[in-house]
Every structure is written in C-alpha cells, then in structure tokens.
Design a protein around this ligand. Structure first.
Ligand code: SAH
Length: 350
C-alpha cells in the first residue's frame, strides 16, 4: 500500500484497480501516512495558505428530485426561499468587508434564475468587486447558458459529478437525471473556459469501493481545477433517511489521494466534513485540503438550505466568524489569506 501511495505521489496516476486496492486497504495508519505526504505536497505548491470562499445559498427551490438531497422537490416540509439580486449584493458587500475575494453562488435548480437574471447578478458583483472571483453552482444548464454567464464574468463553476458510475448514478437520482448529461455539462464548462469543480459524496447509498475507484480515475482523467468531496449525511425527509452516513476518515483519506494525484488542485474541507465530526474541517486541511467555504448567506436562509440534517451554519462555519475561523486554522498549522485563490497552473510537479 505504501508503494501505491509513493507511486501516486511520483506519477500522479494509478489504474482503477490500484485505486480500488488503496480504498480497500484503508487503515488509520495508511491514512496518516497519506495525509503526511499530501500535506507536504500541498505545502510545496501553496505553502500554508488556506483560501476562503464566501458561500451564498441563493435558493432552496429545486425542480429536481435527487434522492439524497433535503431540498429535493418532493420534500413538502422544506420551507422554500430565494434571494434577490439585491440580497445577493448585500451578502457580497458584507463578505468583501470581511476579507472574502471569492463568492460562490449555490442553489437548487430554480427556474427563477434565468440566464438574464444570473447574468445581471454576475455583472453587478464583478463591477462592484472587480478583484473578486465569482463561482457559480447552479446545477445543469445548457452550453449557451454557461457560455453567457461566463461572458458576463463568472470565473468558476462547481458541478459535482456525484458518481462516475452510470448505474450508481441512477440509484441516487430520478430517471430524468443521467450521468451522461452531467458529464456533458462538465465538459461544456471546461470547453468554455471556466475553472471547473467536480466531486462526489463519500459513503452515498449503494456506493462500493469500485465506485470510488471509478470516481478517482474519472478525476484523474477529467483533471478538474477543484474537487468537492464530503461525507453523505442523511436527511430525514428524503428516501435515504435511514441510510448510514459516510465516514469522515475515509473522506480525509480520499482528500489525501486526490492531493497526491493533483498537486495543484483546489480542494475544500467541506461543510459536510465539518458537520459530521467536530474538527472535521481541520482534519481535512491536514489531509491535504486547502480551501474552506464559510456560509455568507443571510441568517434566515441558512436554516432553510438544509441539504442534510445537522448541517453546520453557525460558529466558525459562518462567514461573520471569520476571525474565529482564522484562529482555528492557525492552530491547525495554516494561514487564511485574503486572495481570489486561483489554481496555480504553472507549478512543476515532482
Ligand atoms: N443544484 C446544485 C447544487 C447542489 S447542492 C447542483 O446540482 O450542483 C451541492 C452538493 O451537496 C451536491 O452536489 C451534493 O453532492 C451535496 N449534497 C446534497 N445532499 C447531500 C447530503 N444528504 N449529504 C451530503 N452532501 C449532500
């Protein structure tokens, strides 16, 4: 196993079956070793810098019915909301003052956000904060729509592939959503010129080590700029309410593997990881992550954007507590920086 980790660090590539061996070979000791190598690599590329992103959850209205997600359309207990352009600009203004230089607009697939509206929002943010990056995470849209938003100034797009296995994909989603459409979207985003993030949930229902191996191999080939992975956490008003949550430890091991595979990648210690165990975010950073995304949504919206139960949105998950977050990150051995935090492309691997 140690040999596989070393080879991944040297060559940034393994076969699907080798990734599977690694995943199945997980032990706390192996994970600790992988984390120490990953941390070394991450420090070579980014030093001790941690990039922060202000996450603005613009709407929990969604036309989709993903079986894992708390804001799926069939959930009638979900108290729905959406933010207007002026709400979003207020969040950005506050975030800018706090030191954020990237705003991530995430939401359900809410038809209110036409190309025209999102374009206007993106232009307004970019004109008020020209030194900031805008990241969109608004689900599946057409090539033309992605292109229009890119031309309006959007820099990055997060669209997790969720699972790289078509059959597994169909067990997590209703039949109208397919892996092939998801992948088409990801390829379109890349072709247009966005910095693109894919990703998946760890321990999603029916996920096997083979599936994870396939995810890793997909990430290796697709070569994203960002990769969001976090544990699956059940939500009580979804069909997966009784399913077991994913492991924070396996998530961290996978973060290390991804860091060794892609030394320059932007890798968040996700909210889900911080929600499932108390020091999950710090563990993620030590395993090779270099991004955190505190919540910058209006407080009234935060409770309602419940993708899974017990989702953190207060304390150091909250953008307003950036000072506290900085202290915790410092204590973990890293430094929060005020910067757009773009991917380093030129760095030589090795
Ligand atoms: N509509 C957007 C944003 C989805 S929410 C889109 O389609 O991309 C962002 C991510 O949260 C999802 O991609 C999913 O991987 C994750 N997520 C949703 N429900 C979750 C759950 N129950 N546990 C953990 N992560 C979840």
């Amino acid at each position: 196993m140690l040999e596989l980790i070393s080879r991944l660090e040297r060559e940034h590539s393994l076969t699907e079956s080798e990734y599977r061996q690694l995943v199945e070979g997980y032990t706390p000791e192996l994970a600790e070793y992988a984390a120490s190598r990953a941390d070394r690599v991450r420090r070579q590329v980014y030093g001790d810098a941690v990039f922060v992103r202000g996450l603005i959850e613009i709407s929990n209205i969604c036309k989709n019915d993903c079986l894992y997600c708390g804001i799926r359309r069939s959930n009638t207990s979900c108290d729905r909301y959406r933010l207007t352009e002026s709400d979003i600009l207020d969040c950005c203004r506050e975030g800018y003052g706090l030191g954020f230089r990237t705003f991530v607009l995430q939401g359900g697939e809410d038809g209110y956000y036409t190309d025209e509206r999102v374009e206007s929002i993106v232009r307004a943010i970019k004109s008020e904060h020209p030194d900031c990056a805008v990241t969109l995470s608004l689900g599946e849209r057409s090539y033309d729509s992605y292109k229009r938003l890119f031309d309006a100034g959007a820099d990055r797009y997060l669209l997790r592939h969720e699972t790289a296995d078509g059959e597994h994909y169909s067990r997590l989603h209703p039949s109208e959503l397919t892996l092939s459409t998801r992948l088409e979207c990801l390829h379109a985003l890349k072709a247009i010129g966005y910095q693109v993030g894919c990703g998946f949930m760890v321990g999603s229902p029916y996920q096997s080590s083979e599936h994870i191996a396939r995810d890793l191999r997909f990430i290796e080939k697709f070569d994203p700029d960002m990769c969001g992975i976090g544990p699956f956490i059940p939500h009580k008003d979804t069909p997966f309410r009784d399913k077991t949550a994913g492991s924070a430890y396996l998530t961290c091991f996978l973060l290390s593997i991804i860091r060794l595979m892609k030394p320059n990648i932007l890798l968040p210690a996700t909210t889900a990881l911080g929600s499932i165990i108390p020091d999950g975010r710090e563990m993620g950073l030590r395993a090779g992550a270099n991004v955190v995304m505190p919540n910058l949504s209006p407080v009234s919206a935060r409770e309602k954007y419940t993708l899974y139960n017990n989702k953190l949105h207060t304390g150091t998950e909250s953008a307003q507590a950036l000072k506290q977050l900085k202290d915790r990150i410092k204590a973990a051995g890293y430094t929060v920086v005020v910067s757009r935090g773009d991917i380093k492309k030129e760095q030589k691997n090795g």
